[in-house]
Design a protein around this ligand. Structure first.
Ligand code: MN
Length: 336
């Protein structure tokens, strides 16, 4: 997905400032963002947010749905049209697409056309530059629910060739009422085949009613948990969809539980990684190190420079970049 805001706020992050050096329980409420007009998709963005811009290399967390999208095709006025994100560029990051319900069709400037469905990972590595579109396919399930995350690339990887990978076969483990799918990195001895460029983890946790477990964590990572469905307790904190629970560093394990009467159970997303030391500038859909780098990438996108290639097959126009802010973007700390 994309940052479709017409007036995106510059976000400068990294640098190792503001990494909690101990376990904490910090609820980040995030904010609502409407993607793509009145019938577009409403997302809750919990990274970057006030007081916290990164968790490891994870630098962007959008959670959307569950939303009914059957109305769009049945001609009823109240349904969302689903996802419709026109071709737009990325630099310096990986996009991680993960669904709970429904389908999203990805097309990119490498020529990839890939449907992603629940339990599968679409991972796009922008490297030096790529463009893509994401949309609800013509034939689709009645509901859409998922997350879109970005992972910042380390300086050594920002000039790599762009790449796209679809992973339909990720490691899944079940124990103590928790079914864990390792999306990125390694958890509990199971490793995802997905390409990672800094030490990090991303995992989906499905908690059955009555589940109570302790997940092993890497103590040098900082972690956070996003509740996606149902209600759960994470390190004793009651969680339901909305906020992101930031957990700090220094944890060897994490208690997760779901009450006995909790309907179909709960679904959580765990993210974490070694605190990202490099300073970054994030603006619109671009991640870089300097203001000048972002200005150049924006100009190249506007000029249809070959750096970002061409997305074919999307029924609509490419997304124009917003105007740059009046004041230069400059790196600042991770937290503010
Ligand atoms: Mn995107």
């Amino acid at each position: 997905m994309s940052n479709l805001e017409r007036d995106p706020v510059a976000s400068e992050c990294g640098g190792g400032v503001g990494v909690a050096a101990e376990p904490v329980r910090d609820l980040l409420t995030g904010h609502q963002v409407a993607l793509g007009g009145p019938r577009g998709l409403e997302v809750t963005r919990t990274l970057p947010t006030r007081g916290r811009r990164m968790v490891g290399a994870w630098c962007f967390v959008d959670h959307y749905g569950p939303v009914a999208i059957d109305g769009a095709t049945a001609g009823r006025p109240n349904g969302s049209a689903g996802m419709r994100v026109p071709p737009h560029p990325h630099t310096g990051l990986q996009t991680v697409s993960w669904l709970v319900e429904g389908e999203v069709l990805h097309r990119d400037s490498l020529g990839s056309t890939q449907l992603v469905t629940p339990g599968q990972l679409n991972l796009m590595t922008a490297g030096h530059g790529i463009s893509h579109s994401e949309e609800t396919p013509r034939e689709h399930s009645p509901r859409l629910h998922g997350v879109q995350l970005w992972v910042a690339l380390p300086g050594a990887a920002v000039s790599t060739a762009p790449a796209f990978a679809h992973h339909a076969d990720l490691p899944v483990a079940t124990g103590d009422g928790v079914t864990t799918t390792v999306i990125m990195g390694e958890l509990g001895g199971a490793a995802s085949p997905a390409r990672v460029l800094t030490p990090l983890v991303g995992a989906e946790l499905r908690l059955a009613p009555g589940a109570a477990a302790r997940l092993p964590l890497a103590p040098d990572f900082e972690h956070a948990v996003l509740p996606m469905a149902g209600s759960a307790q994470v390190d004793g904190v009651p969680l339901a969809p909305g906020p992101l629970l930031y957990l700090g560093t220094g944890r060897r394990d994490l208690a997760v539980a779901c009450a006995d009467g909790e309907g179909p159970g709960a679904r959580l997303l765990l993210i974490g990684g070694v605190p990202f030391e490099e300073k970054l500038v994030m603006w619109w859909n671009l991640v870089g190190r300097t203001h000048e780098e972002i200005v150049r990438a924006r100009e190249q996108w506007q000029a249809a420079d070959p750096r970002f290639g061409t997305v074919t097959g999307y029924d609509g126009e490419r997304l124009p970049a917003p105007a740059m802010p009046a004041t230069p973007l400059k790196p600042r700390g991770r937290v503010s």
